[in-house]
Design a protein around this ligand. Structure first.
Ligand code: NDP
Length: 296
């Protein structure tokens, strides 16, 4: 049976380090890490995410502000809010909660965020830095960065020579994940909806990352014996006979766990890492603003 990679434990370690670094920064320079979360409209899932980011930021000792804007906010008004935050020296991380209402061009808003405050890592400058291996000054998107930490913890060794398959090629998970694995010297293949013989390809992977958004698509016999399996997927299944909704990943967990060497559960695997890495990116940004290099 696979060992379970407990994302809650690793995320708590990251948050403890972030808090310690924030305390040190405040004591030694007077700079208090500041994060601004901007939300437009009333999407209930987004409101839950924003509230938990604000709570975690406070737990880390940050100054956390929230801009909750009405759904009818225009694109120009939102650009103006972001530009004001760009110019505010007390703010080191700016996060615009996605999705935005349909009348706003999300791409334009993301590219308006100053790259040095883009703690989500979606700005072209940060994407380019990750793609060219400039990791010391990049902000890496939080979900793949968190997944990478889980892989390193699970394997406890250099990834050189290992084969990695990332299923999914989105800009926020699949592509940055593949770049991180490549940077760590794994041999990386990215699979997507047009890939042929996906089961066979997955079976070749020492490290298998699933970021698809299809419940339990990756079956147990797609997993190479002993592989490290990272399940990024979060899929909400309709309520069962007892009226209970269930969250599942992209991997058929019970089957896969009989083959894998280690595996992340859903929930409790990658999920808690995303917010922890957002906090890490924010304290890194604040440290840079204070003229200090920091990596966690
Ligand atoms: P996207 O929908 O943007 O991308 C999904 C990718 O999966 C696409 O590249 C798509 O291929 C590929 N795909 C779809 N169907 C298949 C198939 N049958 N076979 C092979 N590949 C397929 O999703 P995201 O990357 O944004 O998210 C992926 C999952 O991760 C979701 O469940 C999401 O909820 C979860 N997630 C979890 C986070 C966390 O904090 N844990 C954060 C972000 C996302 P193609 O490009 O060809 O269409």
């Amino acid at each position: 049976m696979a060992s379970v990679i407990d994302g809650k434990v690793v995320a708590a370690d990251v948050v403890a380090k972030v808090k310690a670094e924030a305390d040190k920064l405040i004591a030694e320079t007077g700079v208090v890490p500041g994060i601004a979360v901007v939300i437009v409209g009333h999407d209930p899932a987004s409101q839950v995410y924003v509230a938990s980011k604000g709570k975690k930021a406070k737990e880390c000792g940050f100054n956390s502000i929230e801009h909750a804007l009405p759904a009818e906010t225009s694109e120009e008004e939102l650009v103006a809010v972001v530009e004001k935050l760009n110019a505010d020296p007390a703010i080191h991380g700016i996060l615009v909660q996605l999705p935005l209402p349909g009348h706003i061009d999300s791409g334009r808003i993301i590219q308006t965020i100053a790259p040095e405050k883009d703690v989500d890592g979606f700005h072209f400058i940060n994407v380019g830095k990750l793609g060219t291996g400039e990791l010391d000054t990049a902000f890496v998107p939080c979900t793949p960065a968190g997944s990478m930490l889980l892989i390193e913890r699970a394997l406890g060794r250099d990834l050189s020579g290992l084969s990695a398959v990332v299923v999914g090629r989105s800009n926020i998970v699949g592509k940055p994940m593949a770049n991180l694995l490549l940077n760590a010297n794994a041999t990386v293949t990215i699979a997507h909806s047009r890939t042929k013989d996906l089961p066979g390809l997955c079976r070749s992977a020492d490290i298998l990352v699933a970021a698809v958004g299809r419940p339990e698509m990756i079956k147990g016999d797609w997993v190479k014996p002993g592989a490290t399996v990272i399940d990024v997927g979060i899929n909400r299944l309709p309520a069962d006979a007892n009226g209970k909704a269930r969250l599942v990943g992209d991997v058929a967990y019970d089957e896969a766990a009989t083959n894998a060497g280690s595996i992340t559960p859903v929930p409790g695997g990658v999920g808690p890492m995303t917010i922890a890495l957002l906090m890490a990116n924010t304290v890194i940004s604040a440290s840079r603003a204070a003229g200090r290099a920091l990596s966690l």
